[in-house]
Design a protein around this ligand. Structure first.
Ligand code: FAD
Length: 318
């Protein structure tokens, strides 16, 4: 089922989804799935599975030379999607990246998803490959998410990359894209960020998921501005319950966002992480209640491996 259809089916009733990250290579998938299982009681209609691009590592060899290795720390996105669909009987939304793929590799990847019966894809540019700090496309790959959106939308029309035959089986992906209520860190200003977001919609994106935010005003202002700009698709707020004192510093740096003063003061007054987590969960519950009242279509939680926080929130809100 497409995300846009899940939203229609919910018909204003609050629903939520979560995002999971593939385990580090070699780790077991079972603990990830066991961890999210209790959430199924609340019937989340879909789960997103992130994708992690390759990294470049340097390994010292016994002969003193340095070997450069291209590796993926967290492979397995497609397999995890299949496992989620199989075990929980709900939709899985793979994240599909520009970074690290040529357009031909992307086409094959999308065909795999289509054959698995996956109806949704969250299309992203991806972050720079570590240890680099600027994004570089793979040869014959894409520099911006909008280009990848166009490829998926073309496949939905039966237009494959190098095939002339117009009778090719079309895919049927509902396409999601990312957006940043507090601006993408590379964008020179909000205006250009909105212009490029609109481009992603014009090329075929069906819904938006936002970066996390801790101040609902940022989301609500963002939605207003989108509507003014003529962006009419559903805008799903991304939420993260703060769970340690350290995250007060880490999250703003990592995700380029501001923490509201009230939350900072409340967390700073905590004596330990257990108290901080309590504050974070309560803050998030408050955010959720306001967002539901404001008509947010789905609340999307970045679990970062901690589904028990979302469990507490789900009990209060859904
Ligand atoms: P784009 O939409 O391509 O935008 C990137 C930047 O380029 C922006 O500053 C934009 O304003 C600018 N821009 C866009 N088009 C143009 C143009 N034509 N000319 C000039 N400038 C332009 N990363 C992962 O690696 N794996 C994941 O699974 C993942 N999941 C995510 C899920 C969500 C909901 C979000 C919000 C982010 C996720 N990310 C993930 C992070 C994401 O890959 C990064 O934030 C990345 O830096 C930008 O991706 P994007 O798709 O928003 O890029």
């Amino acid at each position: 089922t497409k995300i846009t259809d899940h939203i229609k089916i919910a018909n204003g009733k609050p629903i939520f989804s979560i995002e999971v990250i593939p385990p580090i290579k070699g780790d077991n998938l079972k603990s990830l799935l066991d961890n999210i299982e209790p959430l199924m009681e609340f019937k989340p209609p879909f789960i997103d599975v992130t994708y992690h691009r390759e990294e470049y590592i340097e390994r010292p060899m016994p002969d003193g030379t340095i070997q450069k290795i291209v590796t993926r720390k967290r492979p397995g996105t497609v397999g995890i999607c299949a496992a989620i669909m199989h075990r929980f009987g709900i939709d899985a939304v793979p994240h599909v990246l520009c970074g690290g793929f040529s357009r031909e590799e992307t086409e094959d990847f999308l065909i795999d998803l289509h054959y698995l019966g996956i109806d949704n894809a969250l299309v992203l540019r991806g972050d720079p490959a570590k240890p680099f700090t600027t994004f570089k496309a793979k040869e014959n790959g894409y520099t911006y998410a909008s280009e990848l959106v166009e490829q998926v939308a073309n496949m939905n029309r039966g237009l494959y990359l190098h095939e002339e035959d117009t009778a090719l089986a079309p895919s049927n992906f509902c396409i999601g894209v990312a957006a940043y209520p507090e601006k993408h860190f590379e964008a020179t200003d909000h205006a250009s960020d909105f212009r490029y977001l609109k481009q992603k919609i014009e090329k075929g994106a069906d819904y938006i998921v936002t970066q996390m935010f801790f101040d609902n005003k940022k989301y609500l202002d963002f939605v207003d501005r989108c509507r003014q700009e003529g962006i009419t698709v559903p805008i799903v707020p991304g939420l993260k319950p703060l769970s340690t004192r350290k995250q007060l510093q880490i999250l703003p740096k990592l995700f380029h966002l501001e923490m509201p003063d009230d939350l900072v003061r409340a967390v700073e007054a905590c004596e330990n992480d257990q108290q901080a987590r309590q504050v974070g969960v309560e803050w998030c519950i408050q955010q959720c209640r306001e967002l539901v009242a404001a008509g947010a279509p789905v609340l999307h939680f970045y679990t970062m491996g901690k589904a028990d926080n979302v469990m507490k929130i789900a009990k209060e809100v859904f």
